[in-house]
Write a protein that binds this ligand. Structure first.
Ligand code: NI
Length: 266
């Protein structure tokens, strides 16, 4: 397990920017030299015991995080939970898992083969959260997964690592509105996820979110290399609830659209 929260997030960030070259450019553009505060970091996995949501969560619980919310995504066949640290400048953590049993036999077989290849003790190791893939799939298997679940295909190619980091608008000095950030990003040539509109949610649900489309990187499958979507950057603005406190949860309808930031065809 990890010595401290800072070390873990520094290691996650290092791995993430290696897969997401545009993240450093966005960081520079919005921060302009200032440190950026992350609203949350998101992870993807399968609901198979060996590597399930709870196994990933254990790393954060050991660092003082607590479970604060549960979410269902029926159409995408996903469940998720979010976790918060008592120190609210520490990023929230959003972990989802794919409901493997709801997919076709061929898809289940590929996923089970992947998970079988993960060493039994790997999940407890400090670096598991940024350990990438523990298996090799063929480009044909990747395509089989992609036909039923973009999410499953993404995990087959990228494995265990941060799927996205999220800039907290509430902590940005130079911007007060998400729309201003979006305009700045588009002006600089970044492509935004427009599924469900550029801005998902808003003051009425106490959370507004937008995201870039994932970078594209080359992945070596067992038979050949393909250039496919890797990771993306998200932006979140939180609003006060009627009780005056900032909303700290997630909005399923918005997260549903954010998942599409790694779609191949968008
Ligand atoms: Ni997110």
């Amino acid at each position: 397990m990890h010595n401290n929260v800072e070390t873990l997030f520094a290691n996650l960030w290092q791995d993430y920017v290696a897969m997401t070259p545009s993240a450093l450019k966005v960081h520079q553009l919005l921060g302009d030299g200032d440190e950026l505060i992350n609203d949350h970091v998101a992870f993807r996995t399968f609901n198979i015991d060996k590597v399930g949501l709870e196994k990933l969560a254990a790393h954060f619980l050991a660092l003082g995080y607590e479970e604060k919310g549960q979410y269902n995504f029926e159409q995408k066949k996903l469940k998720a939970k979010h976790f918060e640290h008592a120190d609210d400048t520490k990023p929230k953590v959003f972990i989802s898992e794919l409901l493997v049993e709801e997919f076709s036999a061929p898809v289940q077989a590929i996923i089970r083969k992947m998970v079988d290849a993960v060493p039994a003790d790997a999940v407890n190791k400090e670096n598991f959260l940024y350990s990438g893939t523990h298996w090799q799939v063929s480009s044909e298997e990747y395509q089989t997964l992609l036909n039923e679940s973009e999410y499953a295909a993404w995990v087959s190619a990228w494995g265990f690592r941060a799927n996205h980091f999220t800039v907290s608008l509430n902590h940005l000095k130079r911007y007060t509105l998400l729309s201003e950030v979006n305009d700045k990003l588009k002006e600089a040539g970044f492509e935004l996820n427009t599924s469900g509109g550029e801005i998902k949610g808003g003051p009425e649900v106490h959370l507004a979110q937008s995201s870039t489309m994932a970078d594209k990187m080359e992945v070596c499958f067992s038979d050949k290399s393909l250039v496919i979507p890797s990771c993306f950057y998200e932006f979140a603005q939180r609003y006060a609830m009627p009780n005056g406190k900032l909303y700290t949860g997630f909005v399923a309808a918005s997260a549903d659209k954010i998942f599409e930031s790694t779609n191949v065809g968008m």
